[in-house]
Design a protein around this ligand. Structure first.
Ligand code: ADP
Ligand code: ADP
Ligand code: MG
Length: 652
């Protein structure tokens, strides 16, 4: 086996790779950006080398610098993880040129599968069923629109260089085609530096089912069964499971054959995933699935496959890269029970899943029989705006699907995240959703059930807010008590309510607070036992946990939800939308498009700008009717959170 490995990645996947590498006796070499100097993957590896500032283009995507670290540290091989340089054929070549082994497929195979249009053409030739559509050279909008009409709506426009669900637009009506094309192409240019697209039939009742494949340098190719990744939002996976509900032996054989054929057609070796879209409207059928793309790397959701097969996929990757044959033949690969993975993200389901950053003030990840957690952070870590805001993957493995889902839901309900918002209660609700539990779902499931899954959007939890207000008021009272022990007892503090005591009956005073940014008034009631707060008559929740932050705020945790309570007097307005007519960057990001210029009339909700942040596009709209009075940012500019973009003056 290799003596050492350079792990060209960060976060949970870097930690995951280090675990197996260590078990195989390898020296582990980490790389890190300035933002990751104290990160878990750095602490876990035997040595770590700085490769640059926080932005990925200056660190994790700089091939030369990573290869230089490999040379200097004498790494025998390089594992790229997923994302970053994992599917970059030039990087794989450069690794080989520097006399290290790339733990992944041959560069030619990466290239063959790199662009979706060329891959589809190649698969068609190999006899693998592909989604019907146009994946040729021509890109003029008029021609593509005609093709869309021929294919028949709904169609899907996809960036040929796409990945991570970006550069993709579903179009239902001929009239909407141009706008969708423009959006897909712009997103693709910005994300991949390649605006070309393909157009394909949008499969109805789509289920995303993918096959894990493995090939070696000795002509063997096997599959390690399928994963169902149909629970998605914006074409990105949220929950993945193996095996796929409703899978039959016949369909699995057909899909497995197509997947291994696909791998063989490009001279594959190592781990890969062949993604299919299946028509789920009448159950899975051997002739009802089509090739979408092949991901030539280890996949985020590989743990569910590890759970049901009992195999270590990273170990297999190292073995194959080292020139060994695949450890098992097709018929010797086990399949036991059912596994489900949930991607725990720092994002806010109540606010359209907006990524959320900041310090993880509290983080308690679940443990238990059949529960696995893969993470790259610990309590106190910072979720930075520079990288994917995934906190952890939580995986449950049990004899049956029902048990696995129930155990995963329970595990998520016992997970504590404070500081950044998280999708933990949304994930738990998904695991408990009856229709999903019954196996009735497709890729539209989350969108269709969003209201129920997010409990109808943001609602203030009055009881939690009252509990937070109580805590703040008590804290203030203690501070005051400490201060008044000294000489001067200033009389202007909201805590200066000593006159409330000694008159027999409980007295109450109003206390302005901000609850998740919303202004409310708590009533602080003083009685002989001390004080407590109510909000709109709601008493404080009794089953709550508190996490204090340094900034006069308290996080109240109740059943997977967090409510942030802050004294209004001390609060900075956290709302970047606006009462003042300014449209501001909701977070750190790049201005992609501006749709208005100075003097232009706009109506409330009018699209004014698009900002790219956290690898997603966010459309910003006018807060009210009016006229554009000022434009204070330019397309292409990097904007700090809260910086103004345009000012809209209200018309009388
Ligand atoms: P999967 O099909 O496994 O979800 P994706 O194509 O969505 O794979 O990407 C895998 C992961 O790689 C993502 O979850 C993301 O964290 C990471 N990733 C994708 N693109 C990039 C990128 N350009 N830079 C950094 N990380 C990326
Ligand atoms: P990416 O490289 O971004 O992962 P994919 O081609 O794998 O792009 O597509 C991402 C997701 O979009 C799929 O998982 C699936 O949910 C949906 N999708 C892709 N193609 C189709 C299609 N033809 N019909 C319906 N849904 C599709
Ligand atoms: Mg995909």
């Amino acid at each position: 086996m290799f003596a050492s490995v350079l792990i060209a990645n960060r976060g949970e996947i870097a930690c995951r790779i280090a675990r197996t590498a260590k078990a195989l006796g390898m020296r582990t070499i980490a790389v890190y950006s300035d933002a990751d100097a104290g990160a878990l993957h750095v602490r876990l590896c035997d040595e770590a080398h700085r490769i640059g500032p926080a932005p990925v283009r200056e660190s994790y995507l700089v091939a030369e610098r990573i290869i230089e670290v490999g040379r200097r540290s004498g790494a025998a091989c390089v594992h790229p993880g997923y994302g970053f340089l994992a599917e970059n054929a030039e990087f794989a070549e450069a690794v080989a040129t520097a006399d290290m082994v790339f733990v992944g497929p041959p560069p030619a195979a990466i290239r063959a599968m790199g662009l979706k249009d060329a891959a589809k053409t190649l698969m068609e030739k190999a006899g693998v069923p592909v989604v019907p559509g146009y994946h040729g050279e021509r890109q003029d909008p008029k021609f593509l629109k005609e093709k869309a009409y021929e294919i028949g709506y709904p169609v899907l426009i996809k960036a040929v260089a796409g990945g991570g669900g970006k550069g993709m637009r579903r179009v239902d009506r001929h009239a909407d085609f141009e706008t969708a094309l423009e959006g897909a192409s712009r997103e693709a240019t910005s994300a991949f530096g390649d605006g070309r697209v393909l157009v394909e039939k949008y499969i109805t009742s789509p289920r995303h089912i993918e096959m894990q494949v493995f090939a070696d340098g000795h002509g063997n190719a096997v599959h390690l069964y399928e994963r169902d990744c149909s629970l998605q939002r914006r074409h990105q996976k949220v929950i993945e499971e193996a095996p796929a509900p409703g899978m039959t032996r016949e369909v699995r054989e057909a899909m497995g054959r197509a997947a291994t054929e696909a791998a063989k057609a490009v001279g594959y070796s190592g781990a890969g995933t062949v993604e299919f879209i299946a028509d789920g409207s009448k159950g899975l059928r051997p002739d009802g699935f089509w090739f979408m793309e092949m991901n030539t790397r280890l996949q985020v959701e590989h743990p569910v496959t590890e759970a049901i097969t009992g195999l270590d996929l990273v170990e297999w990757q190292f073995k194959v890269a080292h020139g060994e044959p695949l450890p098992l033949a097709q018929n010797a690969i086990p399949l036991n029970g059912h596994a489900v993975e949930a991607r725990l993200y720092a994002e806010d389901p109540d606010r359209n899943f907006m990524p959320s950053t900041g310090k993880l003030l509290a983080l308690e990840l679940p443990q238990g029989k059949g529960i696995r957690v893969d993470t790259g952070v610990t309590q106190g870590s910072e979720v930075s705006p520079f990288y994917d805001p995934m906190i952890a993957k939580v995986i449950a493995h049990a004899p049956s699907r029902d048990d696995a889902l129930a155990n995963l839901a329970t595990a998520l309900e016992h997970t504590v995240v404070a500081g950044p918002r998280s999708n933990v209660s949304f994930l738990a609700a998904l695991c408990r959703a009856e229709e999903f539990r019954a196996g009735h779902f497709d890729t539209g499931f989350i969108d269709r059930n969003l209201q129920a899954l997010t409990k109808g959007g943001h609602v203030v939890d009055h009881a939690a807010a009252a509990a937070g207000a109580t805590r703040l008021a008590r804290r203030g009272q203690e501070m005051l008590a400490a201060r008044t022990k000294g000489a001067d007892a200033a009389g202007t503090s909201p805590w200066d309510v000593n006159d409330a005591f000694g008159f027999g009956a409980p007295r109450s005073v109003p206390m302005p607070i901000l609850v998740d940014g919303e202004r409310l008034t708590a009533r602080i009631v003083y009685n002989h036992d001390g004080l407590s707060a109510t909000i709109d008559g709601h008493p404080a929740a009794t089953e709550a946990r508190f996490v204090d932050d340094g900034d006069d705020a308290v996080y109240v945790l109740t059943g997977g939800h967090q409510t942030r309570v802050q004294l209004a007097d001390h609060a900075v307005d956290a709302d970047h939308g606006s009462s003042d007519g300014a449209v501001r960057a909701p977070m750190h990001g790049k201005l992609l498009a501006l749709f208005v210029e100075k003097g232009a009339p706009v109506t409330k909700g009018h699209r004014v700008a698009v900002i790219e942040a956290m690898k997603m596009e966010h459309t910003l709209t006018a807060p009210h009717d009016g006229t554009v009075a000022e434009v204070s940012a330019a397309v292409g500019e990097q904007l700090a959170e809260g910086s103004p973009i345009v000012l809209i003056e209200q018309t009388e």
